[in-house]
Design a protein around this ligand. Structure first.
Ligand SMILES: Cc1ncc(C[n+]2csc(CCOP(=O)(O)OP(=O)(O)O)c2C)c(N)n1
Ligand SMILES: [Mg+2]
Length: 321
């Protein structure tokens, strides 16, 4: 059991690691070192970290297209992640999956997913498996506001509720699905209001306050572990970068809105708290940041020193059932 101070420091380490990792990925994408597309998690770090800090290694999570932060928060290996994103043979999928197909079953990370909302029924299955296994494992699924317009969202909430599955639904409401504002896509103000229709608790929380995210998800995880069923948590947050790392689509969000949200940076907020409460000094924060950056640079060196897959590897690990 860690103290609150230890927990805050640990969450800071994770958040700054995600930030430096994502900055480097964006940079390498611009330098054309990364094939495919990548969706940046910058700005949303507090959600993945605050939620996963409540989880044990054997608990399972399911991620979406914006998944690097979820992987790092659940303890994935940075070398293998960076190698996969760079399309290298040493990556999690031997370089054949890329950014949106990182999974590591050994740490309960069941996979990212390029299909919007497809993770919800998978997570319901994982929660059902946990229920059948006995014990108190839980499952968590991360999805965006855009996913809430899909049938799978509604079907999964309903089934999870009637079967009392040990599942936590985590909606990262970053206010847009690509360029579609949530307020034009949904008849209610908050995604979490929909929890009422499925007979489960719904909570709306500031997704840029990592301690608030931690506390709220602690309650939902405890409820799931106790066999009391699922919860729907909605974390209001914002992505700083365009929908994905390419210049092929326009970012139609107002510039001043983007700048206003940068002022609400979840990492800067945590840094202020750590200094104010004399948990860490600015010098200690800088040292942790430098360490995170060095770790990310190591992962890039590992990726770039790794071979690309051979053309004949394309048919390896391919199967159908
Ligand atoms: C079923 C499906 N429909 C459309 C797309 C194209 N698409 C990819 S991401 C995205 C927006 C998702 O928005 P949201 O769920 O809010 O997640 P965010 O990108 O904001 O994190 C869309 C429409 C897709 N991948 N899958
Ligand atoms: Mg969104």
């Amino acid at each position: 059991m860690s103290t609150r101070k230890e927990l805050l420091v640990e969450m800071y380490v994770r958040m700054i690691t995600i930030r430096r990792f994502e900055e480097r990925v964006a940079e390498d994408f611009q330098r054309k070192l990364i094939p495919g597309v990548v969706h940046s998690y910058i700005g949303q770090e507090a959600v993945a970290v605050g939620v996963c800090a409540n989880l044990r290694r054997e608990d399972r999570i399911v991620s979406n297209h914006r998944g690097h932060g979820h992987c790092i928060a659940k303890g994935a290996d940075l070398d293998r992640m960076m190698a996969e994103i760079h399309g290298r043979k040493t990556g999690y999928c031997k370089g054949k999956g890329g950014s949106m197909h990182i999974a590591d079953f050994s740490i309960g990370m069941l996979g990212a997913n390029g299909i919007v909302a497809a993770g919800l029924p998978i997570a319901a299955g994982a929660a059902m498996a946990a229920q059948l296994e006995g014990g108190d494992r839980v499952a968590v699924v991360f999805f965006g506001d855009g996913a809430c317009a899909e049938g799978e969202f509604h079907e999964s909430l309903n089934l999870a509720s009637i079967w009392r599955l040990p599942l936590v639904f985590v909606c990262e409401n970053n206010h847009y699905g690509v360029n579609m504002p949530v307020r034009e896509a949904m008849a209610v103000q908050h995604v979490a209001e929909r929890a009422v229709a499925y007979g489960m608790p719904g909570r709306v929380v500031d997704g840029n306050d990592v301690e608030g995210v931690y506390d709220t998800s602690a309650q939902a995880v405890a409820r799931a572990r106790a066999g009391e069923g699922p919860s729907l948590l909605e974390f209001k947050t914002y992505r700083w970068r365009g929908h994905f790392e390419a210049n092929t689509i326009l970012d139609l969000r107002p510039r001043d809105e983007i700048e206003a949200w940068k002022e609400k940076c979840p990492i800067a907020a945590l840094e202020r708290k750590l200094v104010r409460e004399e948990i860490l000094s600015p010098k200690q924060l800088a040292a942790i940041d430098a360490q995170a950056l060095a770790r990310v640079e190591d992962s890039v060196r590992y990726a770039l020193a790794s071979p690309l897959p051979e053309p004949e590897d394309a048919l390896e690990d391919v199967f159908c059932v």
